[in-house]
Each structure stands twice: as C-alpha cells, then as structure tokens.
Design a protein around this ligand. Structure first.
Ligand code: NAP
Length: 256
C-alpha cells in the first residue's frame, strides 16, 4: 500500500504503459484518473480499466481529451479535483511515435508529434503543479520520457526531441517546484511491447534483434514500468527529485 489514499492522475492510461501504471497505483491504494485521447478505442479501454480498478476497491474516473491541446491539462486536473478533491501524483505519459524517415518528414506529422508528446505536456505539468501548490502538501510529477531521450533513431527524428524535452522539463521543474515540496522525475523506458511499436516489432527479425540487444534477453512489458512509476510517486522516493530512471533491461549499456 505504497500509495494509500493518494489521488494519481495518469495521461495515456487507457492502454500500454499508462494502463499498467494505473492498475498498479490502484493496487497500491490510490484512486486514479485515467486520461486518454477521447477517441472510441480510448473510451472503451478506459471503461474496462475503471471496472478493473473498482473491483479492487478503489475509485476511478476517465477523461477523454487530446493531449496535443494546450488546454487539456487544465481540463484533466479540473475533473480530477471535482471527483476526488485533490491530486497527489501526476504522470505525464500520453504519447505517439509514428515511425517515419527524416528527409521526407511532413510538417503536419512533425507538429502532431511535438504537440501530442511535449507541448500539451508542458501545460499539463503546469496545471498539476499549480493545483499541488494550492493544496500545500507537495506532490510528485513524473514524465514518461524514453531511452530515446539519450540515443538517436533514424525513423524517430520527430519523436526523440520530444522525449529529451520531457526529461529536460522534469529537471527544470524540479528546480522550479522544489520550494513547494513538489518532486519531478523522469522514467525512461527502453523497448516495451505495446501498441505504439506493434507494427515495427511485427517484423520477427527486428523483434529478435531488439530482444537480443537487452542484457536480460527480452523486451519489456508495460508492467515493467509500473513499479518504477509507483516508486517515484510514493514517499519511498521522498528525497528523489530531478532524477531520471532508465528502465530498459540493460539495452543502453549493452554496447557489445
Ligand atoms: P500505447 O500503448 O500506444 O498507449 C498510448 C496511450 O497514449 C493511450 O492511452 C492513448 O490513448 C494515449 N494517447 C495517444 N495519443 C493521444 C492524444 N492525442 N491525446 C491523449 N492521449 C493520447 O503507448 P505506450 O507504449 O504505452 O506509450 C506510453 C508512453 O511511453 C509514450 O509517451 C511513449 O513515448 C513512452 N515510451 C514507450 C516506449 C515503448 O517501447 N512502448 C518506450 C519509451 C517510451 P487512446 O487509447 O485514447 O488512444
């Protein structure tokens, strides 16, 4: 019960990493706000997650809104406080990674990626921080960045800058918000098998190659990221701020 009676808000919680994190937070005693895109698949997935969370005795609501909008963060925090009176943890996780080559990158795809992953996130973090400051009890903000914040990818030139941006945002926000007891940290997943890379990893050769690149000999699953998120959210991490936690099965260090 590391998060007993805390209110945790997670964006992109209908599927993948966010969903696993939402479920683990509930198991650890938290009430959860499940934010998603509002598209039909997100709505259905969020409803089934609410039922799972209620079955373990915790409360959950969902909010569907496009993370690319600069107003979405305020909306999510407003709905969270309306439902649960406070927020203790904000996890900025929503993101897209539409693999595409650099030389013919369209302005539309670039802007969609940067808006969805980073620009909306900036103001979502701001909205969460203002609410936590108002409450006066500190809080924990976590950005789901990526190993891609540290290394490049030829098909990810629009994506990697957003992940480096989120890491940098957490470092600067740790400085800006320390005086309010608000901790800000980044989680950097390696390759985790989810819908985001389903097409890419459908190529068996690529799947086997990526698995063999890790020290542990396997790709990650969403649950592998849930524990580190719970840790950073919890009071176990009360002196951890401005940090980044690489959770990649040893992919980064495995040069040869
Ligand atoms: P996923 O399974 O595709 O889930 C993406 C989540 O983000 C869904 O809940 C989706 O909601 C939401 N989302 C997508 N576009 C949105 C939008 N415009 N507005 C609001 N919500 C939106 O992806 P994932 O692998 O769990 O990725 C989660 C985060 O982890 C991303 O930020 C990603 O960059 C990061 N990450 C993933 C990996 C990996 O290997 N999987 C590695 C490093 C970092 P809907 O259901 O409504 O579409």
């Amino acid at each position: 019960m590391l998060l007993k009676d805390k209110v945790v808000v997670i964006t992109g919680a209908s599927r993948g990493i966010g969903r696993a994190a939402a479920l683990e937070c509930a198991k650890q005693g938290a009430d959860v706000v499940i934010a998603h895109s509002g598209r039909p698949t997100g709505n259905d997935a969020a409803q089934s997650l609410i039922i799972e969370i209620q079955a373990i005795g915790r409360r959950a609501i969902d909010v569907g809104a496009d993370s690319a909008s600069l107003d979405t963060g305020e909306l999510i925090i407003h709905e969270a406080v309306k439902a649960f009176d406070k927020i203790d943890v904000f996890v900025n996780n929503a993101g897209i990674c539409p693999f595409h080559s650099f030389l013919d990158m369209s302005k539309d795809l670039y802007m969609q990626t940067v808006n969805t992953n980073l620009n909306g996130a900036y103001f979502a973090v701001q909205a969460a921080a203002n609410q936590m400051k108002k409450q006066g009890n500190g809080g924990s903000i976590i950005a789901v960045s990526s190993i891609s914040a540290l290394v490049g990818g030829g098909m990810q030139t629009h994506y990697t800058p957003t992940k480096a941006g989120l890491l940098s945002l957490m470092q600067s926000c740790a400085v800006a918000l320390g005086e309010y007891g608000i901790r800000c940290n980044a989680v950097l997943p390696g390759t985790i098998a989810t819908d985001i890379n389903k097409e890419d990893l459908a190529d068996k050769e690529k799947f086997n190659y990526m698995s063999s690149r890790t020290c542990l000999g396997r790709l990650g699953v969403p649950e592998d990221i849930a524990g580190p998120i719970v840790f950073l959210a919890s009071d176990m991490a009360s002196y951890v701020t401005g940090a980044s936690l690489l959770v990649d099965g040893g992919l980064f260090v495995n040069l040869q």
